[in-house]
Design a protein around this ligand. Structure first.
Ligand code: ATP
Ligand code: MG
Length: 581
């Protein structure tokens, strides 16, 4: 491709509305432009990288036995009513009406459409298992679209759905997809981790996320430094709470009498523990939550620990939990925020397992400026339920192997696999006839990859101060030719010859034929970040050579013209080999 004829509107300045590096660099390198919040135009250069990611995904999905189809983006409300998600999905679902008043939505995901298709077309167990996928635009009216392609409203996703007659077969396919995803992200040159995950709005009972490790990631991952257990912090299990924080009044102590102490204006764990000269772990933190049905709960946890709201939501079996407002807290506990405690409360008390071992502890007295000391569960409190609702922390012992410790990473979720069970097949009638003519409700799995987000994640992971440093498999071109045009006819001729030779051998080459100064061309080459740069100048040409440089290395090498093609081929092979699954 000739640079002069290719649309690459690079920017010198950092765009003011971009915060993360992939967003900044994709704008600066002329890969994308914003049309509206979270809605982007993929320019020719950006599209080339997106298509490469798409192609890796397609090849690996086909290889794993899945079949590609393409479903509409506009979906009728009826099928969403059937699955029960028309009302549940919330404002992320963009709803619209046609001229006849018919209700539709823009697909944020396609479980309903695929299950509709399946229910109408697949009749016999002999047609199973089947795995169907598409690579298609999704629309989610995200509350905070940001970070460019990382969290868009319209974005490209690969979504796959599989159907099975037995749970075992569905678990087998889950593993097939897990392995395919591992190959996909390796082939894309990404440094990633597969972690146990919550199932969110999609539902189901088992799930893994594929997380690209990067400082700017929105997700927190905890990984054991000894065994293979990794989980999103939303899910991460906890073993015994950290030893260091054990309560000072250990379990063997005698039960003390319950008494009230004055704690004027001491509300937080920190304030109360300092004021009463106790360890935070001697306090039982009490938080008032309510769920999506408006039911209130008191949630207790040891003072040095934090509540994991995802775990709480699961423990309560509800779709959402929220912290109560001050006014509700006052109404329910009889005291302003900061003085709540489980003794004598009228709402159900849910306690983290850390509370079980507590003796003679301190809590709010449900009275302004008063706390209780010497609280003991068996005498003073009725706990409706104990559950693991604690937020796991870096450094604590791994609950799986019991020897390793959690290490924390930031991650960008690029893919997720779900075991759905019968969540959609049951309400939507995805049944087949079994060998003896009996109806079988199918078991389903679904599997998503954010194609556009993966490309952005690649940049988050691979860049320097000057620009992008593409992993070869996602680079829009492989070679950047930089002729120093001011240096005469010979340079132009040699460049054209190299360009013709490389392109005829299938090397994707961008030739900077613009009438620009060398400095400008080098700056743009660094910004665009293609893996190999070849500079053609008068001095080297006189020795029958050109300058060869890898974007990720500082070293510049002189390569004789007759060895250039082999050098390019060998280098590219080595770069792709690094990403072999
Ligand atoms: P998130 O938690 O980041 O909002 P999600 O868990 O809701 O994502 P899934 O339903 O699992 O997303 O969708 C599959 C994949 O689609 C995700 O793993 C992610 O890579 C991608 N994706 C989801 N939402 C967006 C978005 N707003 N912009 C770009 N890609 C997205
Ligand atoms: Mg997800």
């Amino acid at each position: 491709m000739r640079y002069s004829q290719f649309m690459i509107p690079t920017l010198k300045e950092i765009p003011s509305d971009a915060q993360v590096i992939s967003h900044i660099l994709m704008l600066r390198a002329g890969m994308i432009r914003k049309l509206a919040a979270g809605i982007y135009i993929y320019l020719p250069l950006g599209l080339r990288s997106i298509r490469k990611m798409e192609q890796i995904v397609r090849e690996e999905m086909n290889r794993a036995g899945a079949q590609e189809l393409l479903m509409p983006m506009v979906q009728p409300a009826e099928i969403w009513q059937q699955s029960g998600r028309w009302h549940k999905y919330g404002p992320e679902l963009l709803r619209l009406k046609d001229r006849k008043g018919g209700e539709f939505c823009l697909g944020p995901t396609h479980e309903e459409v695929i299950t509709y298709l399946f229910a109408n077309e697949i009749k016999s167990y002999r047609q199973l298992p089947i795995n169907l996928y598409q690579i298609q635009d999704k629309f989610r009216d995200e509350i905070r679209p940001r970070f460019g392609l990382m969290r868009g409203r319209e974005f490209l996703m690969k979504d796959a759905y599989s159907f099975h007659t037995t749970e075992e077969d569905c678990h087998r396919e889950y593993k097939v997809m897990y392995d395919a995803y591992t190959r996909i992200f390796k082939r894309a040159g990404l440094n990633f981790r597969a972690v146990e995950a919550d199932t969110g709005a999609i539902g189901g009972s088992r799930s893994h996320e594929f997380q690209v490790l990067a400082q700017s990631g929105e997700d927190l991952i905890l990984s054991c430094d000894q065994c293979s257990y990794s989980a999103n912090v939303e899910m991460a299990e906890t073993a015994a709470p950290p030893e260091e924080a054990r309560t000072v009044k250990a379990a063997k102590a005698e039960m003390e009498p319950l008494r009230e102490v004055e704690t004027p204006d001491q509300r937080t764990i920190e304030e109360v523990s300092v004021f009463l000269k106790a360890a935070p772990a001697d306090l039982c933190k009490t938080l008032i939550y309510f769920d999506d049905q408006g039911r209130f709960y008191a949630v207790c946890i040891r003072g040095d620990c934090d509540v994991n709201e995802m775990k709480l939501r699961r423990a309560l079996g509800v779709t959402a939990v929220y912290l109560a407002e001050d006014a509700d807290i006052e109404k329910l506990t009889g005291a302003p925020t900061g003085f709540a405690g489980p003794v004598g409360l009228k709402i159900p008390v849910v306690a983290d397992t850390t509370v079980k071992a507590m003796r003679n502890f301190i809590t709010g007295a449900n009275k302004k400026d008063v706390h209780l000391v010497g609280v003991n569960l068996e005498r003073d409190v009725t706990i409706e339920r104990f559950a693991d609702i604690r937020l796991a922390q870096e450094g604590e012992v791994c609950p799986r192997c019991g020897t390793g410790r959690y290490k924390a990473y930031r991650g960008i979720e690029v893919g997720q696999v779900f075991y759905l069970g019968r969540k959609y097949s049951e309400p939507m009638g995805a049944n087949v006839l079994g060998p003896n003519g009996e109806p079988i409700v199918c078991t389903m799995g679904c599997y998503g990859i954010g194609v556009t987000r993966s490309v952005a994640a690649a940049i988050e992971q691979n860049h320097d101060d000057d620009g992008i440093v593409w992993p070869a498999p996602l680079a829009p071109f492989e070679v950047h030719l930089v002729p120093l045009l001011m240096q005469g006819e010979a340079v132009v001729e040699a460049t054209e010859k190299i360009y013709a030779e490389l392109t005829s051998r299938g090397v994707e080459t961008l030739m900077d034929d613009r009438d620009e100064r060398a400095g400008v061309k080098f700056k743009d080459a660094d910004l665009l970040g293609l893996p190999i740069r070849i500079t053609i100048g008068k001095k080297a040409l006189e020795q029958g050579a050109v300058e060869f440089k890898l974007r990720r290395e500082a070293k510049v090498e002189l390569v004789p013209l007759d060895k250039l093609l082999a050098k390019v081929k060998d280098t590219l092979r080595a770069l792709y080999d690094e990403c072999k699954p």
